[in-house]
Write a protein that binds this ligand. Sequence first.
Ligand code: SAH
Ligand code: F3S
Length: 479
Amino acid sequence: MASENIIEEKKQGQALITNKKDGNTKLLFIESYGCQMNLNDSEIVASILAEEGFNTTNLLEEADLVLVNTCSIREKAEQTIRKRLQKYNKVRRINPNMKIGVLGCMAERLKTKFLEEEKMVDLVVGPDAYRDLPNLVKEVESGKDAINVILSKEETYGDVSPVRLNSNGVSAFISITRGCDNMCTFCVVPFTRGRERSRDPQSIIKEAQDLWDSGYKEITLLGQNVDSYLWYGGGLKKDFKNASEIAQATAVDFSKLLEMVATTLPKIRIRFATSNPQDMSIDVLHSMAKYDNICKYIHLPVQSGSTKILKKMNRQHTREEYMELIDNVKKIIPDCAISQDMITGFCGETEEDHQETLSLMEYVKYDFGFMFAYSERPGTLAEKKMEDDVPLAIKKRRLAEIINLQQAHSLYHTEQFIGKTVEILIEGNSKKSDAHWMGRNTQNAVAVFPKGDEKIGDLVMVKINQCTSATLIGTRVNS
Ligand code: SAH
Ligand code: F3S
């Protein structure tokens, strides 16, 4: 059957593209909040529902089914989603047949509470239950509420081909692991996304090949913790020790997976996220150094520069071990960009701990950063056992200091590109001007330059003349 994708203007949370399949008559409005994995999950959901007669729409008012894929990582993320639910319910007054469903982490965390207390939704589906959507949607259409929040030890949606709603036609996400076993004490993800499991490498290669064949130039391999990817035939990682010798001998870890993708598709750009310092191996760094098409960029969240706080967070490394890993990155891949996630004001964080975070940042000089004030999450070990004792004003002040320092470091890095010529993959129009292209270099730095005869998806050489802390500004040079 023919399928058509229409690029539309992206609004907050909303998909970039709508999916139309001949013969489908019902309309699905799907929004995603939170991480890239949620964006990719929504693409899986749209694919499952396309088989059930649903095309996607970007017009809330005309939808038969409204789904919001939710994030629980911080309290603010949940507040945003509650506001969206209120909005949907207002629209429902003019379209009373509209059904409303909640997907993802909030669905998993709040379960039946959504149906009982809020009465704002008809459908609640956790991240491992999307295959059950056809049944659940039928129940909802017959006027009942429906819920499935069962977490799985196997589900990877490996055989579902996502419809690309959140893509510019150049870069796309491929999920390679689901869940997380790390149990950082502040983090709700292990509770909402369940146990860690890896996807069959052959299905990953096939998805990457299909993307390349349909014109995509860049893939991002996704997981809560990609470095602990391990395939030996399925199941949980902890069972690996009991797996047969053959399964152990032929197991594929993350560095091998990277090599498999890099050699099968030598022209596709490969990115990955997220790495966890405790699981990142030197082999991964060597694979990155060996293959030009693996982008020279690592997102390596640290959360704090203080060993005392890292321990309280149940991060399995010290400040010194993290610094050693950074030294190795810089030694093995000298031009590699590194970014961080930081949490300020975690339980028991003193001014001294905060200074250690700042000094670690000075040591690493990150290219980018994602920085947050600690937000206590119900059900986590930190919520149960530790006191959220840093006053909000202090969390905010420390956060501002961290953000300021990061900006200075980001500027330092972008300035290093001035006068240099870098290879840019064109992703689309610059946000500020249709007369300029926007793209990224291998280090994930954003570059803009005046349009010529190039097109989206082209790899071009751009000489950088100016910059801000977030953007390189240049002109194309012929290579
Ligand atoms: N491994 C994951 C991390 C998910 S959470 C990944 O794929 O990105 C993303 C970031 O949110 C974390 O690295 C952390 O910095 C932040 N975060 C998680 N829980 C938080 C909390 N309770 N309060 C504030 N920030 C939090
Ligand atoms: Fe959360 Fe730590 Fe896993 S931050 S997603 S529990 S690595």
